[in-house]
Design a protein around this ligand. Structure first.
Ligand SMILES: [Zn+2]
Ligand SMILES: [Zn+2]
Length: 401
């Protein structure tokens, strides 16, 4: 695949489709969600750091299931092996995870000269002794199966996070355990109309959404997406949903369900502050959004509009007491719809990410001091959820300190 015309044709299979009704971003037939390296590294640390479970195995298993399916969507039956390999490298880079080099696959080796996960780990969590690219191991296992139908174990033997020049993966063949297919029950859901919400007269939400959707949020030549002072990635909603559902279930089996939920909410709260602080300090914000900000609450309206372009779904402000409280309602969040498809109805709300981000946004807009000092000054609760029979997911946020 040295021919760039071929690469351009492959790239076309990954064109972004933004659905204006549902606010979904779709790449290669999968809903993708934009999150930053802070969030991705933190949920990895949460899952792998839980002593009660094998979190690393969980991440690789979820990644292989999701990307085996995702690559299956973008490969065509008459693609030869070289094209399949190129597509697997391209999808990984396009989504923003970095670069993988599959040219030595026959020698059971994969090299990766850049990595979203290494960047995220080093930027937020510091140097560490062990390899960090569990996600990539799972991606490669799924990709190799999609390319050749072969089941493998991929093991990272050198990682840039521990000082290696590039990450290096060994491919071990002869695996028997199949890749578990993702089973979904279709969930017919008609979101309620977006009526009766609060808006700011000076914040043009549609202009903000159009601008963010128009940004080229896909990997550069290193397969990375530096933007807003963070590294972004487009990750299938299936990955986040399967990972958090399985993490909560495995922790629940050890009597640690509450802790699992709290940790996932805290990761999102931190991510909300970090990503949105980056966005508020960016040149894009300066040029487009800053002129729309007349009062402090306008920042919140603008951030909600930005988040509605990230693929998370479609949420709006129901009530707002500046500096003190917020009620925000999500009409079709990816966590809720994903949970319903993967697990069916349940008794309790399930949307940890939006719960945490709602608090993080309030802390960022109204808090004082460093992000660490702001953390935990607002508490957020999901009082109704589509998973437990709600028409929408409703989050109440209150100042607690
Ligand atoms: Zn690595
Ligand atoms: Zn919910």
């Amino acid at each position: 695949m040295e021919n760039t015309a071929d690469l351009a044709a492959l790239r076309e299979r990954l064109s972004l489709v933004f659905n204006k009704e549902s606010y979904r971003r779709v790449i290669g037939g999968k809903d993708v969600i934009i999150h930053c390296h802070h969030y991705n590294s933190r949920i990895q640390r949460t899952v792998e750091g839980a002593a009660e479970i094998d979190g690393k195995a969980l991440i690789t298993a979820v990644a292989e299931r999701v990307f085996c399916e995702h690559l299956g969507n973008v490969l065509r039956e008459d693609d030869n092996v070289a094209t399949r390999r190129a597509m697997a490298e391209l999808l990984y880079a396009h989504l923003g995870y970095g670069r993988i080099d599959l040219s030595r696959l026959a020698e059971d080796e994969v090299l990766a000269p850049s990595s979203h996960f290494v960047e995220g780990w080093l930027a937020g969590l510091g140097r560490r002794d062990a390899a960090v690219c569990s996600f990539t191991e799972g991606y490669l296992q799924g990709a190799i199966f999609a390319i050749s139908g072969e089941l493998t174990h991929v093991h990272e033997v050198e990682c840039m996070a521990t000082g290696a020049e590039r990450c290096r993966f060994e491919v071990r063949r002869g695996r028997e355990r199949p890749i578990e297919p993702i089973e979904r029950a279709p969930f017919a859901f008609e979101p309620p109309a977006a009526e009766g919400f609060l808006h700011s007269e000076s914040v043009d939400e549609q202009a903000i959404i159009d601008a963010v959707v128009g940004m080229p949020i896909h990997g550069n030549q290193d397969g990375l997406i530096p933007a807003f002072g963070v590294y972004l990635a487009n990750t299938p909603a299936d990955f986040y949903n399967l990972l958090s559902i399985s993490f909560i279930e495995e922790m629940a089996a050890k009597g640690r369900e509450k802790t699992a939920r709290r940790l996932l909410i805290e990761d999102a709260e931190t991510c909300g502050m970090n990503t949105f602080r980056g966005i508020m300090n960016s040149t894009e914000w300066e040029g487009l959004i800053a002129p729309m900000i007349h009062e402090r609450p306008d920042n919140l309206h603008a951030l909600v509009a930005v988040s509605n372009a990230l693929g998370w779904g479609n949420w709006h402000i129901r009530q707002h007491t500046p500096g003190l409280g917020l009620v925000i309602e999500s009409l079709n969040g990816y966590e809720a719809l994903g949970f319903r498809e993967l697990r069916g109805p349940t008794k309790r709300p399930q949307c940890c990410m939006l719960t945490g981000v709602a608090a993080g946004m309030m802390e960022l807009v109204y808090g004082e001091g460093t992000l660490a000092e702001r953390f935990g000054t607002f508490a957020s609760t999901e009082s109704a959820c589509i998973c437990s029979g709600g028409q929408s997911c409703t989050f109440g946020v209150e100042r607690v300190a």
